[in-house]
Design a protein around this ligand. Structure first.
Ligand code: HEC
Length: 197
């Protein structure tokens, strides 16, 4: 039953959309916070769908898991070949993109402070020229990196980095040799170009 009460504004009477047993249901405006939550959820939903399903940018949990397993598998596969740091094994590693990529990360975070980001040398010698204090053969470079030259300020890295990363960074350094970057430190040691590679 409608009660056209004088005190009630005509607006609210107009907004009665449903009435049963004297209970009136008003067509109230939805509160803004509610609407924004709805619109936000729609925008998020579309974005989420686009990111994960359509564009394939994001990884689903299954894909992320698979990628993680692949990476662990690759590290393990490399760790198996670690053991003997023979010149041949190190040369092969210097051609393995995953080893070189890992070595590059290690170099940037651990070695660049003394050998410059491009290997041109600052505190430590230039690693991109043909002159070597401790030998240019892959296994000699590995030994210098692994055991260091503590008296001369080159730390031993194998104890800190472990065998895998030490070999990976050696692989990366082998790729720097002979690049003779501009503005590098002047030569130190004997001229010993790497010709075998
Ligand atoms: C605290 C500074 C410092 C850091 C960090 C450092 N080095 Fe060195 N490095 C030196 C110095 C100094 C020498 C020269 C040693 C000498 O005079 O015998 C050297 C020498 C070397 C040599 C031998 C060069 C030659 O002429 O025989 C290699 C290779 C090398 N470093 C690689 C690395 C790698 C790879 C890393 C990172 C894992 C690294 N260094 C981190 C200071 C450093």
């Amino acid at each position: 039953m409608k009660s056209p009460d004088k005190s009630e504004s005509s607006e609210s009477v107009d907004r009665v959309i449903h009435e049963i047993d004297g209970i009136q249901e008003y067509d109230n405006k939805l509160p803004n916070w509610w609407l924004y939550t709805l619109y936000g959820a729609i925008v998020f939903g579309v974005g989420y769908w686009y990111w994960y399903q359509n564009a394939g940018i994001g990884q689903s949990p299954l894909e992320a898991y698979q990628a993680e397993m692949d990476r662990a598998g690759a590290e393990q596969a490399m760790a198996i070949t670690v053991g003997d740091a023979t010149p041949e094994a190190l040369t092969a590693l210097s051609k393995d993109p995953s080893a070189v990529a890992l070595g590059k990360q290690v170099f940037a975070s651990t070695c660049a402070a003394c050998h410059r980001a491009d290997g041109g040398g600052s505190v430590g010698p230039n690693l991109t020229d043909d002159f070597w204090l401790h030998g240019s053969a892959p296994d000699k470079i590995f030994r210098t990196i692994a055991s260091g030259v503590p008296d001369k300020g080159m730390p031993a890295w194998q104890p800190q980095l472990g065998a895998l990363k030490t070999q990976a960074v050696t692989a990366y350094v082998l790729g720097l040799v002979g690049t003779n970057v501009a503005g590098g430190k002047s030569p130190q040691g004997e001229r010993e170009p790497i010709s075998a590679r």
